[in-house]
Design a protein around this ligand. Structure first.
Ligand code: G4P
Length: 287
């Protein structure tokens, strides 16, 4: 799904989330474990107005596990609770209601001390398009609730979904926009398929991806495309283009004169990358 985020849409999305904040106790901020910063909204702290928050790194099945652990430590050092899940299979999601309750611990203790029986913790899932909000809502609910492709501006009656006895979740997520101003963020989002590649140049996206991935995840590249030598100077564009040409030759993207069709090779590479054929990878590290 691609949403064209114009300033008016952003204001509307922000207002919709802030309306929902009045109804809930905790926010579940969903990010993509392969790009935990680039898949965040640039104004998230301001928008959430200090609501207790759990950061959930989704699609951890596709990300580099060692780097995911670093990201979780990073968010914890920033004072947030953070976990990794795979909303597609449901791996790790049982922790979510427990941690949501943990975020409300002090309030719950105060209520118990006053003899009040605390109600279930009310939560809202927020995140940019494609991070898996609908998938997670459906998993937590144990049935199909949210229509994938939910759009900002479409309002309907809010419903609460019971998640065990401890948590209630709003059935529609809060949709936020990514940080467009930084072109590298755009490349990372495009590499994972979170934004449509037509917005950016396909060769530029592939170049960006090859440059990063052959540096940190050389082995699956070497194996899949029969590559010989890992580039030595990753800042040298010629070395990166040479890898792209080798991939193109391997996939038969040859035009007249024996030249490699880089555009075609880039398209094939992106498809294979998104289909998980090049293994698990993370496109940015915290340290
Ligand atoms: P959104 O509401 O935040 O926009 O995201 P949505 O749930 O629609 O998920 C976007 C895509 O990400 C979907 O794939 C979904 O299956 C996939 N996805 C969500 N969570 C995970 C996860 O933890 N791991 C993996 N590997 N994929 C995940 P799609 O191709 O758009 O749809 P479909 O093929 O699943 O129908």
């Amino acid at each position: 799904m691609t949403i064209q985020w114009f300033p008016g849409h952003m204001t509307k999305a922000r207002r919709q989330i802030q309306e929902k904040l009045k109804l809930i106790d905790v926010v579940i901020e969903l990010v993509d474990a392969r790009l935990p910063l680039s898949s965040r909204n640039p104004m998230i702290d301001e928008i959430l107005q200090g609501k207790p928050r759990l950061i959930v790194l989704n699609k951890s099945d596709l990300a580099d596990p060692a780097v995911t652990r670093q990201w979780i430590d990073f968010f914890k050092q920033e004072g947030h609770l953070a976990i990794q899940v795979d909303a597609y299979t449901g791996q790790g999601i049982k922790e979510i209601p427990l941690l949501a309750k943990e975020l409300m611990k002090e309030k719950i203790e105060r209520q118990l001390a006053k003899g009040i029986n605390p109600r279930a913790v009310r939560a809202l899932i927020v995140g940019i398009p494609n991070v898996g909000k609908s998938t997670l809502i459906n998993r937590l609910a144990g049935r199909n609730i949210a229509a994938t492709g939910d759009r900002p501006g479409v309002t309907k009656a809010q419903q609460w979904i019971k998640v065990g006895t401890e948590m209630e979740l709003l059935d529609t997520p809060g949709i936020l926009w990514p940080k467009f101003e930084d072109q590298n963020v755009g490349y990372r989002l495009a590499l994972t398929g979170a934004i449509r590649e037509e917005i950016l140049n396909v060769e530029d996206i592939a170049f960006f991806g090859v440059k990063y991935l052959v540096k940190y995840y050389w082995e699956p590249f070497r194996e899949r495309f029969d590559l010989k030598d890992q580039p030595t100077d990753f800042e040298n564009p010629d070395e990166i283009v040479a890898v792209m040409e080798a991939i193109g030759r391997k996939r038969g993207c040859i035009v007249s004169g024996g030249r490699v069709d880089l555009e075609k090779a880039s398209g094939i590479l992106l498809r294979e990358l998104r289909a998980g054929k090049l293994g698990r990878y993370t496109l940015e590290a915290p340290y």
